[in-house]
Each structure stands twice: as C-alpha cells, then as structure tokens.
Design a protein. Structure first.
Length: 133
C-alpha cells in the first residue's frame, strides 16, 4: 500500500513540475480516500490512548497528528527536487522551495482538519455511549 501511494505521489509531482498531462484520476481519488481513512484511524487511536491515560485535552495532539503528514510531504518533495530534478540554479530552487512550502502547509492543514474532525466524532460518539440517563 505504501509503495502505491509513493508511486502516485511521484507521478503527481513529476506531472506538475514537468508539465505532463495528469492521468489516472480515479486511482489518485482512491488513494486520497485511503489516506483520509488512514489519517482518521490513526487520529482516533491516538485520541483513544490519550483519553485512556486521563488527558482530556486531545485537540492539539489530534491536530499535530494530521499536520505531521504535511511535514513528511515537505521532506519527500525536497528529496524529490534534489535527487530527481537536480535543481542547480538558485532561482529555480527558490521557486521550487516556496511552492513546496505552500503546498505542504496546505496539505498538512487539510490532513490536520481531517484528523481533528475524526477525533471529534469519536469523542462525541464515546461520550454519547457512556451517558447515563
């Protein structure tokens, strides 16, 4: 599964920066949905472990769990730009760096939003089930 996501991510980065026509939209859509499911499950698991240990302030931990995906994406984009594209000119590297920062921040915020929403639904469901009438 991880190699499939990496192949698609490599294909998207190469398509954007080398002006190739982007294909396989259904496959990319399925990978994005799979990523959302994985982020949600990991966030719910971290929230559960945090609530089980007695820490009720789960919001920021959930946010940073999703945001860490953006950091990983940024590191991968930088590695891809240095190894694959061999950017030697300072101007082209600067443009690549700024667009990479912008993309990885937006991607990380999107994943953080998914993580917080999934944890919020989980905590709401958990407390609704434990409510005693």
């Amino acid at each position: 599964m991880f190699s499939t996501v990496m192949i698609e991510f490599h294909y998207v980065i190469t398509s954007v920066w080398r002006s190739y026509v982007l294909g396989m939209f259904v496959f990319i859509f399925l990978n994005i949905n799979l990523m959302i499911i994985v982020i949600s499950v990991i966030s719910i698991l971290c929230t559960y472990l945090q609530l089980q240990s007695g820490n009720w302030a789960w919001w920021w931990r959930s946010f940073f769990t999703g945001l860490s995906v953006g950091l990983w994406v940024f590191m991968y984009i930088m590695w891809h730009g240095i190894v694959e594209f061999k950017l030697a000119n300072f101007g082209s590297f600067l443009v690549y760096l700024l667009y990479s920062i912008l993309f990885s921040q937006m991607f990380g915020l999107m994943c953080a939003m998914v993580s917080v929403i999934a944890s919020w639904f989980f905590v709401t469901f958990l407390y609704m089930q434990s409510k005693s009438d």
